[in-house]
Design a protein around this ligand. Sequence first.
Ligand SMILES: Nc1nc2c(ncn2[C@@H]2O[C@H](COP(=O)(O)OP(=O)(O)OP(=O)(O)O)[C@@H](O)[C@H]2O)c(=O)[nH]1
Ligand SMILES: [Mg+2]
Length: 190
Amino acid sequence: MVLLHGKLVVVGDMTVGKTAICHVAGNEATAYPKTYNCTNLADLVLKQIRVPDSDDTVEFFLFDSSGNSVYLDALRDVWVTMDMYCIVYDVTNRSSFKNCAMWLEQLSQSRGDHNIFGVLVGNKIDKENHRVVSTQEGKQLATSRKMGFFECSAKDNKGIGEIFKYLASEFVTRYRTRIRTLEKMARDNY
Ligand SMILES: Nc1nc2c(ncn2[C@@H]2O[C@H](COP(=O)(O)OP(=O)(O)OP(=O)(O)O)[C@@H](O)[C@H]2O)c(=O)[nH]1
Ligand SMILES: [Mg+2]
């Protein structure tokens, strides 16, 4: 059994629903913010997740970043020690999807040689009639960048638990692999 602390940065264009996702994730069901308050720089939300089918727990520090580009320079300092990332777009807003490549680039500039991983998340699937980005397009982008892929609705609290269960189990798996590698190196040196 392990308890790990993981720093997760959440990025994406303004109004895609990053704060809504973090609030719903952090406070379980009824925390969906109906009115829009743009995030200034970044907010921190804590969330504990029990890894499915195990006794392991991950405590996430969610850095809910602003989508406003005026904060980009300052945000890079916040992102520098992250363990994993979540890039969010709005399935009813094509430019928010196009900009995911830019957000990925910004993250890779700040992460240095960190061994991090991430997920791509299409939010607002409750607005199916207004959807302009297909599930297939989202999947393709995620696969090409070796990211996990999810769609969700913060409004309906749909699909959010799955994102965090995936990130938690991936984080623990990577931790155990690192430990095994270190143990092997120690054995080989003695
Ligand atoms: N229909 C619908 N609206 C949503 C959903 N998630 C968020 N919203 C709405 O979209 C607006 C923006 O949500 P936020 O979570 O504040 O967006 P953000 O990505 O944090 O924006 P910045 O902080 O400016 O970067 C708010 O009015 C939310 O109520 C969703 O799943 N479905
Ligand atoms: Mg926000």
